[in-house]
Design a protein around this ligand. Structure first.
Ligand code: SAH
Length: 232
């Protein structure tokens, strides 16, 4: 999979994409992430990217022209399955959406700043708008990093144990069960006996019970939402 990210602050994305699982995905050639500095498409000798908003009001708006040029220059080289804009009023990112995007070949992600981007870019170029939650951040870079991580770890071969992503929270509409590691006794706090029993069918049963219990307690909405996964 290839992901191109357009940003006025691509440096913000370096670290999150260069460690751990994201690093491994790229080293194995399963994921290619290319960062593009929108400043290169800025207008005039000051490489201007933003301007005051029509109608007045506080806050600058990212201009259409530099963004359009940046998108078109990438489109001239590749075909994109989705051109995504990270925005608080987009479709809320969830596991089914991450699953669906992990099946794509080429994605472009646009990060906004300031008040956001000129609406005409959204109208004419953007094919999918994604929010990472109901709060406002100052830029789209951290949301883009979240999205790339959520997608990247699902690509076949990225995780060591290929099945492990399937048992994370939200796959199957269930939260993950509790997990423990050595020692079995820490300060007198014991690991549940069943996990030490070696009886794998009992362990599976216990894990499912714990998942159901945790989901009922913390996120009953997941159990009630029949349409999840088929929404797109
Ligand atoms: N005025 C906008 C917010 C702009 S925040 C509004 O009220 O909706 C600046 C940029 O940060 C946005 O263009 C977007 O790219 C990014 N951003 C902020 N919060 C986000 C969120 N919850 N999800 C995804 N992107 C977000």
């Amino acid at each position: 999979m290839r992901i191109d990210i357009l940003s006025v602050l691509p440096e913000l994305l370096h670290s999150p994409l260069q460690h751990s699982i994201m690093k491994r995905a790229q080293e194995k050639g399963l994921l290619e992430v290319h960062l593009h500095d929108l400043r290169e498409f800025g207008l005039g000798k000051h490489k201007q990217l933003d301007d005051y908003q029509f109608g007045g009001g506080a806050g600058m708006v990212m201009m259409a022209e530099p963004i359009a040029h940046a998108i078109e220059s990438l489109q001239a080289q590749h075909t994109y399955d989705e051109i995504i804009y990270m925005t608080p009023d987009g479709h809320r990112l969830d596991q089914p959406l991450a699953n669906r995007l992990s099946l794509k070949g080429n994605l472009m992600i646009l990060c906004g700043h300031y008040k956001g981007i000129d609406e005409r870019i959204r109208d004419h170029f953007i094919t999918l708008e994604i929010s990472i939650g109901d709060y406002v951040l100052s830029g789209g870079e951290l949301p883009a990093a979240v999205l790339v991580d959520a997608i990247g770890r699902l690509l076949p071969g990225v995780l060591n144990d290929e099945t492990s992503a399937l048992f994370d929270s939200f796959q199957d509409k269930l939260l993950a069960p509790p997990v423990y590691t050595r020692p079995a006794d820490f300060r007198g706090w014991q690991v549940p006996d069943v996990l030490l029993s070696g009886n794998f069918s009992l362990i599976e049963e216990w894990r499912l019970e714990q998942s159901l219990h945790r989901t009922r307690e913390r996120r009953p909405d997941l159990l009630e939402d029949p349409g999840e996964g088929e929404r797109e």
